[in-house]
Design a protein around this ligand. Sequence first.
Ligand code: SAM
Ligand code: SF4
Ligand code: F3S
Length: 451
Amino acid sequence: MGLRKNPNNMSQKIFIKTFGCQMNEYDSNRIFDSVKKIGFDKTEHYEDANCYLLNTCHIRDKAKEKVYHEIGRVKKKFRSKKKPLVIIAGCVAQAENEEMLKREPYIDLVIGPQSYHKINDTILNHIEKNKKKEETEFDATSKFEYLSKIKNEAGKVSSFLTIQEGCDKFCHFCVVPYTRGPEYSRPFNQILDEAKYLADNGAKEIILLGQNVNAYNNEGYRLSDLILSIEKLTEIKRVRYTTSHPKDMTKDLLEVYKISKKLTPLVHLPVQSGSNKILKLMNRKHTIEEYLSTFDKLKEINSRIEFSSDFIIGYPGEEDQDFEDTYNLIKRIKFINSFSFIFSPRPGTVAENLDLIEKKISVERLEKIQTILFENQIQMNKSLEDKVLDVLVENLTEDKSKAFGRSEYMTPVIFNGKKSDIGKIVQVRIKDYSRYTLFGEIITNLNQKVA
Ligand code: SAM
Ligand code: SF4
Ligand code: F3S
């Protein structure tokens, strides 16, 4: 690590563009932590870069084609300049591997999500020998051993920390088991060390990440153990985790909600559909009754807990009644902060070649779902008018005139804060709202705190 020198003396600038989930964001930050060791600085302007890295997502739509279009744009921009080193990372890289080098000669390196421990050597080999290369082995152990030796320099008030990678669930619609490999849980102490380093360097909130974060299991340590250990760090004010699978909402995890002081009250628990028939067709491995039982138990433990979710609309076989079931579930649970998508057939998955339902019907259903999710969110935000919320201040707004933070439910809050508020939890009285954002005024006198 860091032993080999970059033979180019000139300054190297990397531009990293990230698509997809928070795990890709974490990876992009860690890739930068790594390439810094071989002399790269970051640039926010891709036309200034001599290394262009695209961290890709394969979850929906024409993911692969989007990558080639993006490379087409880079090509154009650099037509009259020296070509940058072009690296494709992430889930499309994993799925397509050497095909990408064949189809688009402008691409130099293809590196999958579990090969990032090789990124420095791969780049240096390319600089020295001008050799194209594809690295797409699944080797999560080496990835995280390597990354744990390089400090996580995210330096953000709210920092991501990947604890688990990959998936063994094989939902019939999903590419993740193929792009991220089998389920792997990082060693408990390796994670705690990273959490301590983040806390010592300004993090106040840690968001534990995994494709199935609540399946975390390393030598008997579970997600519940990690939450309780991390919240002992005094600098850390809030702990969150995402994304969970309903089947892994184990008793110990539910119990944590009784004793934890810092776990936030928003549970992101994707349900995908409200119909048992569709859940079975999707191979989701749980029923709506089990999901509702988890919801009821958590509500009983703490009535302030709210749920958010992901929904797939128009899965093959979804009939009017199945859709009604999803709609009614949303009404029953009053999900907030949720995501909904029309089913998108993915290459290599069981659902790839199933008969699609009519596009028009899917679009209509999606609109209905999004309308009710919108209403839930607006109602939630409206109910907060004139209330005082605890807001963890993350930054100033772009024009620096206000401060930006988040409520315990992840909702962005903009208010008249200052730079010195960054990293603190402050009390803000909510004065106005939109669907996505709350607007308020900071108060010093805390008499009317929301319980
Ligand atoms: N592991 C999580 C779980 O079990 O719910 C989800 C991870 S996936 C990265 C994020 C979301 O993408 C899923 O919850 C699902 O709603 C959506 N998604 C995955 N595959 C999809 C597909 N083929 N079409 C539409 N949406 C999809
Ligand atoms: Fe995909 Fe299902 Fe695994 Fe989630 S649990 S990552 S939806 S296969
Ligand atoms: Fe996309 Fe891969 Fe995440 S497919 S959602 S970047 S795990």
